[in-house]
Design a protein around this ligand. Structure first.
Ligand code: SF4
Length: 97
């Protein structure tokens, strides 16, 4: 995202289409217990929401709102994916065994 960027490339990346361009970065890094509602409202209409979320998941971003999701929500997705991978691996193992 614009706020979450720091990734400088010549080509336009998903960050260039972020809805949060120009929005106060503090909104996306709320204090513990503070509302995430406003940040999520900005994300709701963002066309690169999936890219943003995937970037955060791939890079293990621990803080802030990415792709409209909080740290806790992203942790849940990572856990679900890990379980799915484990199940797929177990399935593959039982097929070849
Ligand atoms: S999903 Fe939210 S945080 Fe990510 S780029 Fe869009 S507006 Fe910014």
């Amino acid at each position: 995202m614009a706020i979450h960027s720091g990734i400088e490339t010549e080509e336009k990346g998903w960050q260039d289409y972020a809805n949060c361009l120009g929005v106060d970065p503090d909104l996306f890094f709320p204090e513990r217990g503070a509302s995430t509602r406003e940040a999520k409202e900005v994300c709701r209409g963002c066309v690169v929401r999936d890219d943003c979320l995937e970037y955060a998941l791939q890079n293990g971003e621990k803080f802030g709102i990415w792709g409209g999701m909080s740290e806790r929500e992203r942790r849940r997705i990572r856990r679900q994916r890990a379980l799915a991978r484990a199940a797929a691996a177990a399935q593959a193992g039982s097929v070849t065994a």
